[in-house]
Design a protein. Structure first.
Length: 196
């Protein structure tokens, strides 16, 4: 009976809302009518009066329905509280979510900002210049190779000269032909001292 009384009261409130909306529409239509149209104004005023009577009747019926709901609710056993349900939480406790959020804000956010700053402030790419030490070493190596080439050229010139001299004098024997003559010790020492 309690549920039926509540359903009746809910339906009466819906009807009251509809009647009030209808009255507002009629009032808008009346305000838009020209004052010279007396017949249209009289008809709309009559409908507004009927709607006001309907609203008054619905107010009385709602008051009666409220009384019926109160009477039905006063009967023992009419209202039954729904059983309380125990919510079983699954997953991590709420503290874990809080601590996780604090970790993200206090640790990960500053790290992300620092990394972004480091990327933002990265220096421009450096030119691929060789270090000064390497350049110096390469210069010394180039000079040494040039010196060796000059010395080899001198040796080659000397060899060509000796070959030409030996080939121009037919009376002298060729280098390395025949047996070597022994030198005395004093001549050997003089030759060694003359060499640098």
């Amino acid at each position: 009976m309690l549920e039926a009384a509540r359903a009746q009261r809910s339906e009466l409130r819906n009807q009251l809302d509809n009647a009030e909306e209808r009255r507002e529409n009629l009032q808008d239509q009346l305000s838009q009518l020209p004052s010279s149209d007396a017949v249209g104004r009289a008809g709309l005023e009559a409908r507004i009066t009927d709607t006001d009577a309907r609203i008054k009747a619905l107010d009385q019926q709602i008051a009666q329905a409220d009384a019926n709901v109160a009477a039905a609710a006063s009967v023992p056993g009419a209202t039954i509280e729904p059983p309380r349900t125990v919510v079983v939480r699954r997953g991590p406790p709420e503290e874990a979510w809080f601590l996780g959020g604090m970790f993200i804000v206090l640790v990960m956010l500053p790290l992300a900002i620092a990394q972004a700053y480091r990327i933002w402030r990265r220096p421009a790419p450096m030119s691929h210049e060789m270090p000064a030490e390497l350049t110096d070493r390469l210069n010394r190596l180039e000079q040494a190779v040039d010196a060796v080439a000059v010395e080899l050229e001198r040796v080659g010139e000397g060899q060509r000269y000796v070959t030409r001299v030996l080939t121009e004098q037919p009376g002298q024997r060729a280098l390395g032909a025949g047996a070597a003559e022994p030198l005395e010790v004093r001549q050997r020492e003089a030759i060694q001292q003359s060499r640098p």
